[in-house]
Design a binder for this molecule. Structure first.
Ligand SMILES: [Zn+2]
Length: 423
């Protein structure tokens, strides 16, 4: 999610334009379109760019040339996979164009560099014995980033920092309004991190950025109506793409699907209510059921599925899974009725419930007879772990670059320089 001030800045830049500016704005638009395609397709041929944009070959060549000069794309070997016709030069995202992605959670701070094209370069999971404070997150990220920078290739450029927060984030200034599982309230983490790293920092809710990553690169690419649900240590978050756009709501807090009511009079939730999805369906219950030691949650999915296969030892676990699946299905039915998505992507520990009982979930989501089978919604698994969250967090930092590649890279945005000035 680009913070509104930057969107405003771009809009202002375009509004007071003269003829020359109009030409500049067309060029900016075309550069943005080409870079966006190279980025989301993680590499594309010149011929594909020509087809996708409707621009002629010489215009595409000039735009690609400018992006090469800016260090954002590289031209590589001819694309041999095309089959018929002349081979075409491939345009790849530059591996040196990077964003720092950060995702603090109750027992781990995940940090990774992500290159343009959504490729995670060197993820680091920094485990903590208790939920980290904001100051500790700043220290951890600064130390990890300092270590990472020593091994980066010459000519790399860090575009900014994307921060994925398991909680509510003010979409204007990036303040963490509330992250209940971390015990944070009104914390200026974005500003503190920006001061420490001397980089622009853009923050958003973790499941929302995960939804964006799925819509840009993952199972949801090209899907206009998509719901992404992510289950982590800090509960269940959601992101909604409707008619191709991320649903933000009046104040940016739409998609809190973890607080969908699934059981009247159920367990108390951190939001103060009772029987919310994230209060009833928890990762902790699964961890306890398979007896995994704290800090080894990376293996939770395989541990649960392994134990389920062992018929004699798995009765308690089977009961827990069945109960969680039923409650998740109840939540999903509300989501489907409200939003009518064509695809639901499940990430984090929710993958376990899909894999353990795929029939139960799709049965629960079968469209009512009155509406016909064409409205049945598909369920897909997000990639394992925090990868979609980290890739989505990096998208926050890449978005202003892709919106205006040449403008973003003017000298004030140099890696290690001052943060982007906000008008
Ligand atoms: Zn709740």
């Amino acid at each position: 999610m680009t913070s509104p001030p930057q969107e405003e800045r771009v809009r202002w830049g375009l509004s007071g334009s003269s003829l020359g500016n109009n030409r500049d704005s067309t060029r900016q638009h075309n550069l943005s379109t080409v870079l966006g395609l190279v980025h989301s397709m993680s590499g594309v041929s010149r011929a594909q760019l020509t087809r996708a944009t409707g621009l002629n070959r010489s215009t595409i060549a000039a735009l690609v040339g400018e992006l090469v000069q800016l260090g954002l794309v590289v031209e590589s070997d001819l694309d041999q996979a095309q089959g018929f016709g002349r081979p075409s030069i491939m345009i790849q995202p530059s591996p040196g164009a990077l964003a720092l992605a950060v995702n603090p959670d109750i027992d781990v701070v995940s940090v990774a560099l992500v290159s343009l094209g959504g490729r995670i370069v060197n993820p680091v999971r920094f485990h903590t014995v208790r939920p980290p404070s904001v100051a500790e997150v700043v220290n951890i990220v600064t130390a990890v980033y300092t270590g990472m920078r020593t091994s980066l290739p010459a000519g790399h450029r860090i575009m900014g920092v994307g921060l994925a927060i398991p909680g509510l984030v003010d979409p204007v200034d990036g303040t963490v309004i509330e992250a209940p599982h971390l015990g944070w309230r009104d914390q200026p983490l974005s500003a503190l991190l920006s001061d420490a790293l001397k980089l622009p920092v853009i923050a958003a809710n973790d499941a929302v950025v995960g939804a964006r990553a799925q819509a840009t690169f993952g199972a949801g690419r090209g899907v206009c109506d998509l719901v992404y649900l992510y289950g982590g240590a800090s509960g269940i978050g959601g992101g909604v793409i409707s008619e191709g756009r991320l649903v933000r709501g009046a104040t940016g807090f739409a998609g809190q699907l973890g607080h969908t009511l699934v059981r009247s009079g159920g367990a108390r939730c951190t939001c103060g209510s009772f029987g919310c999805l994230e209060a009833e369906v928890t990762r902790e219950e699964l961890i306890a059921a398979v007896g995994l030691p704290a800090g080894e949650t990376e293996n939770l999915e395989e541990a649960v599925l392994e134990k389920l296969r062992d018929e004699s030892a798995s009765q308690d676990l089977r009961r827990i899974i069945d109960r969680q699946v039923q409650l998740l299905a109840a939540g999903l039915r509300s989501v489907v009725n409200l939003l009518n998505p064509s695809l639901i992507v499940m990430g984090g520990f929710l993958r376990i419930l899909v894999r353990a009982a795929p029939e139960a979930l799709s049965e629960a989501l079968r469209a009512p007879a009155t509406r016909g089978p064409r409205e049945n919604v598909a369920i897909e698994l997000a990639p394992l772990g925090e990868d979609p969250i980290l890739v989505g967090a990096a998208e926050l930092a890449f978005e202003p670059l892709i919106l205006d590649p040449a403008g973003f890279l003017r000298p004030q945005h140099d890696d290690g320089g001052t943060p982007i000035p906000v008008p």
